[in-house]
Design a protein around this ligand. Structure first.
Ligand code: ADP
Length: 262
């Protein structure tokens, strides 16, 4: 190019070629920036529990191990942090699998009613541990949807799980499922802490948490809603959030029922 710049200026085709290349590079740079930002975030998230684990092991080794109550408290912390690392790695793997296979995943017929009832049965038990009552209202005849059944269930587990995590003891979760205008509508509503308006647009970003300390305390990884978003994309569906601080939140998912063969 630079050996003969005048020729380049006079040749409109070549100038266009250069323009297209510049745009491509911009897109590649943007994706690379996103990727390296994600790697930085993942590294930070993994490092935090690891630092804590190695710190407590060091303290144990330098004498704390001889004190029975201190030893048992430190071992509990190490166990909690190890479980946290496990959850983080599971969620990172799930997210990357869904992102990579989103468009070419196996599309199987999903019986919406029985899949939701299976998840509901498990989540109701988890809610009971916090004295949270879970209620399910589901239409008796619902069309099937097509997509990855495990992902469909994972989406429900994450949303109902969040409802339980961000609702105080004695609260309630209502799940309502019906069909309207060729869509399956799933509403997951809780009487929990609610979400500040300004945070709602960012909730689906990886590792975004309204209150990091609270999320940690309830065992959150900050990836649950990013996973939900990618699952909904694979179903070509949509999600919306209504929330009032201090009163509760409602997540509404709409999934098209038209058959989507591979
Ligand atoms: P986490 O693992 O932290 O729960 P998520 O991606 O599932 O991560 O959710 C992101 C954040 O959105 C949470 O940290 C929490 O602040 C907020 N959030 C999600 N669901 C609810 C809910 N039902 N009620 C209140 N806040 C919620």
């Amino acid at each position: 190019i630079y050996t003969n710049p005048i020729k380049l200026d006079l040749d409109p085709n070549r100038v266009l070629g250069v323009m297209a290349l510049v745009e491509d590079i911009t897109e590649i740079t943007r994706l690379e920036n996103m990727r390296s930002q994600f790697v930085a975030n993942v590294t930070h998230e993994l490092k935090t529990p690891l630092t804590s684990i190695s710190g407590f092991i060091e303290t144990l080794k330098s004498g704390a191990i001889d004190n029975k109550s201190v030893r048992s408290r430190f071992l509990d912390i190490i166990e909690i942090e190890t479980e946290r690392l496990n959850r983080l790695i599971d969620d990172i793997l799930t997210l990357s699998e869904i992102e990579n296979r989103s468009s070419n995943t196996r599309k199987e017929e999903i019986n919406v009613k029985s899949s939701i009832e299976e998840v509901f049965f498990i989540m109701k038990r988890i809610g009971e541990e916090k004295n949270i009552e879970c209620d399910l209202e589901i239409s008796s005849s619902l069309s099937s949807i097509y997509g990855n059944r495990d992902w469909f269930k994972q989406m429900l587990i994450n949303l109902i799980g969040n409802g339980i995590k961000y609702t105080n003891e004695n609260g309630k979760i209502y799940i309502k499922v019906y069909e309207k205008y060729n869509k399956i509508i799933i509403s997951v509503k809780d009487t929990g802490i609610g979400i500040p308006k300004e945070d709602i647009p960012r909730l689906f970003e990886r590792f975004y948490r309204v209150d990091k300390a609270r999320s940690r305390k309830v065992g959150g990884t900050g990836l649950g809603l990013a996973i939900v978003k990618h699952i909904i994309l694979s179903f070509k569906g949509s999600i919306s959030i209504n929330s009032t601080l201090g009163e509760g939140s409602e997540f509404v998912i709409k999934l098209p029922i038209k058959k989507m063969h591979k």
